[in-house]
Write a protein that binds this ligand. Structure first.
Ligand code: C5P
Length: 426
C-alpha cells in the first residue's frame, strides 16, 4: 500500500512531535488494540498511536474501510511498526494472527474515533467487519471516544445507543464540546489524543511493585549428552514470560533467566539466556543479591548426564546406559539464602495436586506455590491456557482455566497481596 503525500507529512509531523512530546505515561508492554472508524477525527488517532507507542505500549491498529478514506493505513503502520488490518477475510493476516487471537491478545480495545454508525453497530452487537467482530470476541474492556457532528450526537438514536453501550460497561470517553470540522459548534468533538492516552493509562491500575527488583526463571533446560544431543522437556516458557510481563506492568524491574525457548522477552525486561540447569543456577546466583522477589517457573531438569561426551556418540552396542546425576535445586538454594527474596515456586502434579504442592512449599521453604494439574486434558506445558491452585502460608485460591497472560496477572496480584516490602523501603 502506498503512502499518500498527506500521510507522509503526517508521519514527519508526528515523529517531530515525538521528540518534544511531554506526556509521561507508562504503558510498558501493554497490548492496546486501537480501532479507527471513519470520521474526520481519524487523523488525530495517528497522534494517539504515537503517544501510546512512546509510552511503551504494543499497539495494533484495526481500521474500518471508511476510516481508510480519511487516513492511510501506512501512517499507522509507520507509527506502530505493525501492519494495519481492515478486512475480516484477509488470508495473509489471518495466517499471521487470527482475529480471535488478536481479540485475546488485547489488554484494552480503544476505538477512536467512534462514529455514530460504529456506535449503532456496537450497540446492536453486529459483527460484519473486523473491528466489530473483535469487539464481540475480546475478553478485554472496550473504550470508545465518540466523534461526530453535534446534531448526530444529540439525535435520540445515538443517545439510545450510547445508553446501551453504557449499560454494557463500555468505557465512554468524551465527546467534548467546541468547534467542529463541519463548522458547527456543539457536543461531538473527539477528546484530544493526550487525554485519551491518559485515560488508557489510568485504566490500568499497576504500580504495586514500583522500584521492586524481581527475578523469574522460565522455560526448560537442556542437559547435554554429547555435542548434538540433550535431555530436555516440553516446557514452552509461556507461563514464565507471562509472569515477567505481569511483574513489569506492576512496575517491577525484572530479570528473566530463560532456558531455550522461542519467545520474545516482554518489553523492559533484562533477559539472560541459558541452556543447562547448571548455567541457570549460576546465572540466578550471580544476580540474586538485591532481588526482592523470585518466581521459579522454569521446568529445570532434575538430572543431567554424569559425563558429556566430547564427540558425537556412535551407535555400536544394542543398548546403552546413561548415568545421570542430580542437578542443583535452584529454587531451594535461593530460598535457603540468609536473606531470601519472597520465593514463589511452581508445582506440576498428576494427582493430589494440593497435597503435593503444600508439601513442596514447606519443604523448600517457599512463600507461595502455584500448582497445576498436568496430564490429561488440562492446559499445562505447551498450552495457551492453564489453571492454577495457589497456596501460601495462611491461604489458597483456585484460579480457573484461562489464558496464561491473564493467569499471570492474577498470580502477580496475589504475589502483590502477600509480598511485604522490606522494612524501610517505603
Ligand atoms: O521439586 P520440583 O521440581 O517439582 O519443584 C518445582 C519448582 O522448583 C519449580 O518452581 C521449579 O522452577 C523449581 N526448580 C528449580 N530447580 C530445580 C528443580 C525445580 O528451581 N532443579
Amino acid at each position: 500500500m502506498l503512502t499518500t503525500a498527506a500521510d507522509f507529512y503526517l508521519i514527519i509531523y508526528l515523529r517531530r512531535r515525538a521528540l518534544t512530546g511531554t506526556v509521561a505515561l507508562s504503558l510498558l508492554g501493554r497490548h492496546i488494540l486501537l480501532g479507527v472508524s471513519g470520521g474526520i477525527a481519524a487523523y488525530k488517532s495517528a497522534e494517539l498511536a504515537r503517544l501510546l507507542v512512546k509510552a511503551g505500549a504494543e499497539v495494533r491498529v484495526v481500521m474500518t474501510t471508511a476510516a481508510t478514506e480519511f487516513v492511510g493505513p501506512m501512517t499507522f503502520q509507520a507509527l506502530t511498526g505493525h501492519t494495519v488490518r481492515s478486512g475480516l477475510f484477509d488470508e495473509e493476516h489471518e495466517a499471521a494472527m487470527g482475529h480471535i487471537e488478536l481479540a485475546r491478545w488485547a489488554d484494552l480495545v480503544v476505538i477512536a474515533p467512534a462514529t455514530a454508525d460504529l456506535m449503532a453497530r456496537l450497540a446492536h452487537g453486529k459483527a460484519e467487519d473486523l473491528l466489530t467482530t473483535l469487539v464481540l470476541a475480546t475478553p478485554a474492556a472496550v473504550a470508545i471516544a465518540p466523534a461526530m457532528n453535534q446534531q448526530m450526537w444529540a439525535d435520540t438514536a445515538t443517545q439510545a445507543n450510547l445508553e446501551r453501550l453504557d449499560e454494557r460497561e463500555y468505557l465512554i470517553w468524551g465527546p467534548a464540546a467546541g468547534e467542529q470540522a463541519c463548522g458547527d459548534v456543539g457536543m461531538g468533538r473527539m477528546i484530544e489524543p493526550a487525554e485519551i492516552a491518559e485515560k488508557i493509562d489510568a485504566s490500568f491500575p499497576g504500580g504495586r511493585l514500583d522500584g521492586i527488583s524481581a527475578m523469574v526463571t522460565a522455560g526448560p533446560t537442556y542437559e547435554a549428552i554429547d555435542p548434538v544431543r540433550f535431555i530436555g522437556n516440553r516446557s514452552s516458557g509461556k507461563m514464565g514470560f507471562a509472569v515477567a510481563r505481569a511483574l513489569v506492568e506492576q512496575g517491577a524491574e525484572v530479570t528473566l533467566v530463560a532456558g531455550p525457548v522461542k519467545l520474545e522477552a516482554p518489553k523492559g525486561v533484562r533477559r539472560i539466556d541459558v541452556e543447562s540447569a547448571a548455567e541457570m543456577h549460576a546465572a540466578v546466583m550471580d544476580s540474586i543479591a538485591g532481588q526482592a522477589l523470585f518466581v521459579a517457573s522454569a521446568a529445570v531438569a532434575d538430572y543431567r548426564p554424569a559425563d558429556v561426551a566430547d564427540g558425537k556418540i556412535k551407535k555400536s552396542a544394542q543398548s546403552m546406559t546413561l548415568e545421570l546425576v542430580r542437578n542443583p535445586d535452584i529454587l531451594a538454594d535461593v530460598a535457603a539464602l540468609p536473606e531470601p527474596p519472597f520465593c514463589v515456586g511452581f508445582a506440576a502434579e498428576t494427582h493430589d495436586v494440593v497435597g503435593h504442592a503444600e508439601e513442596k512449599r514447606t519443604r523448600k521453604n517457599l512463600d507461595m506455590i502455584a500448582a497445576n494439574h498436568v496430564g490429561g486434558e488440562t492446559g499445562g506445558f505447551d498450552a495457551a491456557d492453564n489453571a492454577l491452585t495457589v497456596l501460601w502460608k495462611n491461604g489458597s485460591i483456585e484460579l480457573p482455566m484461562m489464558d496464561k497472560q491473564r493467569l499471570a496477572h492474577r498470580l502477580v496480584e496475589l504475589i502483590c497481596d502477600q509480598f511485604k516490602k522490606p522494612e524501610g523501603d517505603d
